[in-house]
Design a protein around this ligand. Structure first.
Ligand SMILES: *Cc1c(COP(=O)(O)O)cnc(C)c1O
Length: 451
């Protein structure tokens, strides 16, 4: 299969109803040429390059609601949604107005501002386990700072994470999952010293026995978990997994850290901890909390957060942390999410999409399992459900790549990797689901290899 230029059958229609050309258009291709000269891989974050689906990226130039327009002027129903922040869709009027108004009063001060206090209060009100919180400019900063804090609080160095779990690109988290249950110390990136990941223990997701074994062998500062995994595609926690982690952390004196950078304010108003009724010690956030601007946050128990400088001895800082434009976007987004029926609506749209995709697959004779929790979902080309990274890896990634290209050529943008989520926003509704399923029927036949 040759990447872009996928065979999509005759008469591939764009979202505008015209006849589409296979692959990215000339403007995107020309931009990629230029980009690759000056930016490694042509992108500022690797997945965007679309190599995981054997293609080249469409450059996007604008977005509105559930739709994005590429550099060639083609319109798409966008389900990638910037990997999660855009729960209100692109350029939501309330967010645009808030950011515009904030910009008029100054873009950064390096002094405390009221908007930071308001966002902190808003987060703590929605997520009761977060008694105090500090704001950062990315999820990566939030998770690496939470790890530093957990190590300082417990006086322990080890950290347990799950295979397929992503917690940003700080060195300590960039550990590949080995095949052994307790594989440690294998950096998943060049440039990460083995010494740095010596303290990182990787265990399979949804495997409480492995967690207990790890905790018994080595006292850990913390267990970091995505309460719904979203970075190997959606993998839901099995019943009992999250409460089990809580109990194990209590028994062995480790902190339980929920990485809710994706799930926060998405799978419920108060995040996954509300949806599953489990109270972590620390929580990391990002994506939605910034409403499309660069924001992260970490917070939790007051006694732990008080260790942060200048109250305590754990250093953590950021020139643009609490940036006024970002605070405005976050506050506007969280405010909009409080409209009655928001989460029910997201759930309904996502369920219709998931069901429709499974039907389209069945009609095409393709094995498909759509993993879904609330408004995050991943179509895995395999029969049967997924509970960990091994299951995920056993899906047919080539089929996903064919599906991705066939959908893009028909005006529907999916994440350019089989291991990411589709994100439903409040701007997606019946019409977008219908357009998507109309494209999915022939695209499933392409996925089957019969294009
Ligand atoms: C996206 C993500 C991060 C990293 O956030 P950035 O803002 O990209 O640095 C951390 N954890 C999870 C679960 C994420 O999905």
């Amino acid at each position: 299969m040759g990447g872009e230029g996928m065979e999509t059958g005759e008469g591939a229609r764009t979202a505008q109803g015209g006849v589409g050309t296979a692959g990215p258009g000339p403007a995107s291709l020309a931009l990629m040429e230029r980009a690759q000269r000056r930016i490694p891989g042509g992108v500022n974050s690797p997945v965007r390059a679309a190599r995981a689906v054997g293609g080249r990226p469409r450059f996007l130039r604008s977005g509105r609601g559930a739709y994005a327009v590429d550099a060639d002027g083609r319109e798409y129903v966008d389900w990638a949604m910037s990997y999660g922040p855009l729960i209100l869709g692109h350029a939501h009027p309330a967010v645009v107005a808030a950011v515009t108004e904030a910009a008029r009063h100054g873009t950064t001060f390096g002094a405390p501002t009221e908007a930071e206090v308001r966002l902190a209060e808003t987060i703590c009100e929605r997520v009761p386990s977060v008694e105090r919180v500090r704001l950062t400019s990315s999820g990566t900063e939030a998770t690496m700072s939470a790890l530093r804090l957990a190590r300082a609080f417990t006086g322990r160095d080890d950290v347990i994470k799950f295979a397929g779990g992503y917690h940003g690109h700080a060195d300590a988290f960039l550990v590949e999952a080995g095949s052994g249950v307790l594989s440690t110390g294998i950096p998943g990136s060049a440039g990460v010293p083995e010494d740095t990941v010596r303290h990182t223990v990787v265990v399979p997701y949804n495997d409480l026995a492995a967690v207990e074994e790890a905790l018994r062998q080595r006292p850990a500062a913390a267990v970091f978990v995505e309460p719904v995994a979203g970075n190997m595609g959606v993998v839901a926690p099995l019943p009992g997994f999250l409460p089990g982690l809580r109990a194990l952390c209590d028994r062995y004196g480790a902190l339980l850290v929920f990485d809710e950078v994706i799930t926060g304010f998405r799978v419920a108003r108060g995040g996954a901890q509300e949806r599953y009724g489990v109270r972590p010690d620390l929580t990391t956030m990002g994506k939605i909390v910034g409403g499309g601007m660069p924001v992260g946050a970490f917070g939790g128990r007051a006694d732990i957060l008080s260790l942060l400088a200048p109250e305590g001895t754990v250093f953590q800082a950021g020139t643009l942390s609490g940036n006024p434009l970002a605070m405005a976007a976050g506050l506007a987004t969280l405010g909009e999410l409080d409209r009655p029926g928001t989460y029910e609506g997201l759930e309904r749209t996502a369920a219709a999409l998931a069901q429709g995709l499974e039907e389209a697959a069945r009609e095409a004779g393709v094995a498909l399992y759509v993993a879904r929790v609330g408004s995050m979902l991943t179509p895995f080309f395999r029969a049967g459900s997924v509970t960990n990274l091994d299951d995920v890896r056993a899906s047919d990634t080539a089929a996903y790549a064919r599906f991705y290209h066939a959908m893009a050529d028909r005006g529907v943008l999916l994440p350019p990797s089989p291991f990411e989520c589709l994100f439903v926003s409040t701007a997606h509704g019946d019409e977008e689901v219908e357009r998507t399923l109309e494209a999915a029927r022939p695209a499933m036949r392409a996925a089957a290899g019969g294009a």
